[in-house]
Design a protein around this ligand. Structure first.
Ligand SMILES: [Zn+2]
Length: 204
């Protein structure tokens, strides 16, 4: 039986979400059909999300678009005492994984990707020029590179080391406890904390 277009349009839209196949999307559809209030709340929140969520003008973390200074909560927090230490991460979920450990009190720099010649991602496609500018402007003394321990993450870390060492900053790399090829986002807090505490000067 063909379901009404109003229903199948909704489930097809839901099916684009990661981990949501056709069956799950249909289940969501039936659930929402019986809950008009929840459907309205979800639809309104999603419809305004892109206008309300901006990017931090300093570190490229998510920021509240309505905040006038354009800074994220972390950059705006003057009680973070380690302004000279900067942690470079691939994505905002990776930043959150490190924040959850509650041991890092410096600031972040979100690349929004990694170098990948195969996918055509070069240095100019990531927030690398702004990283160099920040290290110079804020007199950063240590840059902790927390990219993933896979091929692209390692290549990106090596590149960052090359461009930052001439600036006099110490470049360290999270290492201990992070298995090769693993994604920071999905590691438990203890492993991420250990990786951060056990960082080492980045090898050439
Ligand atoms: Zn920020």
């Amino acid at each position: 039986m063909r379901l009404p277009a109003g229903f199948s349009d909704a489930t097809e839209a839901l099916a684009c979400l990661p981990g949501v196949g056709e069956r799950t999307a249909t289940r969501f559809g039936f659930f929402l059909l019986e809950r008009p209030d929840a459907t309205k709340a979800i639809a309104e929140a999603l419809a305004t999300m892109h206008q309300r969520v901006g990017t931090c003008g300093q570190c490229y973390n998510l920021a509240d678009a309505e905040v006038s200074d354009g800074l994220c909560e972390i950059c705006a927090d003057t009680s973070r005492f380690d302004a000279r230490t900067l942690c470079v991460v691939e994505t905002v979920p990776h930043l959150l994984a490190i924040e959850r450990t509650d041991i890092f009190k410096g600031t972040y720099h979100v690349l929004h990707g990694v170098l990948s010649p195969i996918k055509g991602v070069g240095p100019d496609d990531l927030h690398l020029p702004s990283l160099i500018a920040r290290v110079q402007r804020d007199e950063i003394t240590e840059v902790i590179v927390a990219t993933d321990a896979d091929v692209e993450g390692e290549a990106t870390a090596a590149y960052i080391r090359e461009i930052l060492l001439p600036l006099g900053a110490s470049v360290t790399r999270i290492a201990t406890g992070v298995p090769m090829g693993s994604d920071l986002e999905y590691l438990d807090g203890t492993t991420v904390a250990r990786a951060l505490m056990g960082r080492k000067p980045q090898a050439t």
